[in-house]
Design a protein around this ligand. Structure first.
Ligand code: AMP
Length: 114
């Protein structure tokens, strides 16, 4: 079982977050346990549990998440590059059951990921 959807509380402003971008489709905010000097989560306002739950109806929104990720990366000064990660389901290491894109940067990234 994935944990409760804490990100809905951030969307609804029921709990605080360090928001760096907000628009009608998505929010971007600082991860509470950063794994890199820059670690930002980009999430849709729409409730989607996992990457496996996306549908054709989400096509434009998903593209928008990537455009926002690129813009935030630029704003954060990640000129040397960055990594985007989407964990899907328990096997993929997803803890929060609301689709989110991790934007990680500010240090060298290794491969393969853990
Ligand atoms: P994932 O394992 O892909 O589901 O990632 C969930 C991420 O959400 C983790 O990196 C957590 O540190 C982060 N996180 C959990 N709760 C909060 C919160 N209240 N504010 C910001 N980030 C959070």
């Amino acid at each position: 079982m994935l944990a409760e959807n804490i990100f809905l509380k951030i969307i609804n402003k029921e709990i605080p977050a360090r928001i760096v971008h907000e628009d009608e489709h998505c929010l971007a905010f600082q991860d509470i346990h950063p794994q890199a000097p820059v670690h930002i989560l980009i999430i849709p306002r729409k409730e989607i549990r996992t990457h496996a739950d996306i549908t054709e109806a989400d096509r434009a929104m998903l593209g928008h998440l990537h455009l926002v990720a690129a813009r935030v990366a630029q704003e954060q000064g990640l000129t040397a590059g960055y990594r985007l990660v989407v964990n899907c389901g328990q096997g993929g290491g997803q803890a929060v059951p609301h689709l989110h894109v991790h934007l990680l940067g500010g240090r060298a990234m290794s491969w393969p990921p853990g």
